[in-house]
Design a binder for this molecule. Sequence first.
Ligand code: GLA
Length: 722
Amino acid sequence: MYKTIYFIYITIFCCTAVVNAQANRQIIISTKHTSLVLATGANNRVYQLYLGARFSNDDDNRLIPDSKHEAYIAGGMEDLLQPAIRLTHSDGNPSLELKYVSHTEKKLNDNVLETDITLQDPKYPLRVILHYLAFDNEDIIKSWTEIKNDEKGEVSLENYASSMLHFEAKDYWLTQFHGDWASEMKMQESKLTSGIKEIDSKLGTRTDMYQTPVFYLALNKPADETNGELIAGTLAWTGNFQFHFEVDERNSLRVISGINPYASAYKLKNGETFETPAFIFTYSTAGKGQASRNLHKWARNYGVPDGNKPRLTLLNNWEATHVNFDEKILVGLFDNATTLGVDLFLLDDGWFGNKYPRNNDKEGLGDWQENKLKLPDGIGYLVKQAEDRGIKFGIWLEPEMVNPKSELYEKHPDWILKLPNRDENYQRNQLVLDLTNPKVADYVYHTVVDILSKNKGLAYIKWDCNRSMSNTWSPYLKNRQSALFVDYTLSLYKILERIRQEYPHLPMMLCSGGGGRTDYGALKYFTEFWPSDDTEPLERLYIQWGYSNFFPALTISSHVTSWGKQSIKFRTDVAMLDKLGYDIKVSNMTDQELQFSRQAIINYKRLSDIIWFGDLYRIISPYDENRMVVMYISENKSKAVLFNFNLNTRYKEVFNRVRLQGLDSRKLYKIAETNLMPGTKSTLTENGHVFSGDYLMTMGLNLTPGKLKPLNSMVIEVNEEN
Ligand code: GLA
């Protein structure tokens, strides 16, 4: 006994001594379950001591041993791997040393604490401020960096990360999400090996077409939905991004997240400050599911406009008509929307352009006047017709783009990004406007607000962006071309900020030829996003599964279309997983399909509060089995909705019972299948039965009773029985 106490005393004494030697000033950034502990060293630089589960006794932070991992490594000094920041001073010196100056802690409200750490180069008036917002309840840390140049001359920023984090684990498992048009968010997991792994985009606009700025990093072993230690991270930036993972010679990992420095050296004049976008992350000891729920909660409370308010169901005309419609056809479709029972009609591409009518994707983009042949009475008339039928009306815009065959191109050839002495390079026959030019930014802003102010009652905007940047050069930036990628995105944000000041609650969908823009930088301004042009429901399940890892259901637009040969029920059940809409020829539906769809919308309206604002449990992954099972449950655990999808199941394939998650083990719940085709009965053996939460989470349910049917689905309500 005596010996044990003596041993503990020595251990604590030794650790404290070491802590004092280097980490003499601790800066602790904590949420309810997570702590990021930084400390100044004897050399007055700032080090990351710890990132992980918060100790039950915060005083234990004092016992954390010192660390050699500088929190925000500056390039050109003694560290020889990838720095967080690298710059060239005004006198040409390519090195930077960052020493602690001060730090502040500010309680923004009961839930959010801001910590700002000011660092400075001892030899140059160059300051770096590391900002951290800790969201207590959501277990989210949002971090970004400001770089302030007080040197007399210009400083050139070569690398300027939002965040640098260090890890020490036996192994590191990275889950990334990649794809292409119509196959977004494919999930891939790999073990990091020694050296560098980078995930990045250089696409400019439509920046996430190949890689989405999100990842999971599991420590020691791969994490699953319910087990494992990991962080989930995402960069809030609608432009080129880079995640840099580097395992060094001692098996430590540094993760650097930020704007992609590719072709983007950024010049800072005297007195200027550069602010990076935010890296948002959460740490979980209970697998990916918990990490997703943290992000969803954060997004609803802080990340998207009106995140705790309902969304509108809608009928879109893109799949039904493409650009071939007129006023009469549209008003006819409004009647379809009311028959279905949705809230809004969304008019897609093809309504504009007169000298160059938008009758295909080769012309008209940029000329945002109603086409007089198609819409002789204008948008105002359509708004009115929709309102007369009790629904709202919205339109599609692609305000950052131009077809060479357009009046806008003819009038302002200098408003367009294109290289001198090179041929124009088209994607979908279009070019990108030069948003770095304030006149162009103003034009884009006015395009949107003028349509809104001229057409009172216009209730929804779908904002598209159908190409990446290539042959990129700004006539406006002249000899400052390396600012283009960054300034373009900053200008886009300013435009959106101005629009949001006037229309703070307007529902707006972020779209980029499918899921080419899906990040929390843009989602600050958009209520939802279009995840993919691929609406074939089997493919969609994987895509929606992918997005659900980082984005809450109410932001993920999912429409019932006629892609795929699956039944209307399967297609609808898939769309009901997230934010339900329709993009289908209602007139082609059979009576039974229409009757089913009308009831499905009624069901969705009953369940949408749980889907939009509840907690998501991904129970069985389509990557693991030939089925996908997920459940949403209300915060008070009284109402849940369970979705089961059989995929391309094989003859006599055997599925186990499904254990539910997230219920209250002591509550009693009634199981009731809903969304059945008219005239059919539930095949669920347990339908209508009452079980304890404990039973449902331990014994589970048989979700594949009888003969196994491929591409078959079930929606089950799990309601507390009083
Ligand atoms: C993009 C969008 C589609 C549709 C078309 C219109 O491809 O992703 O949903 O709006 O543009 O041209």
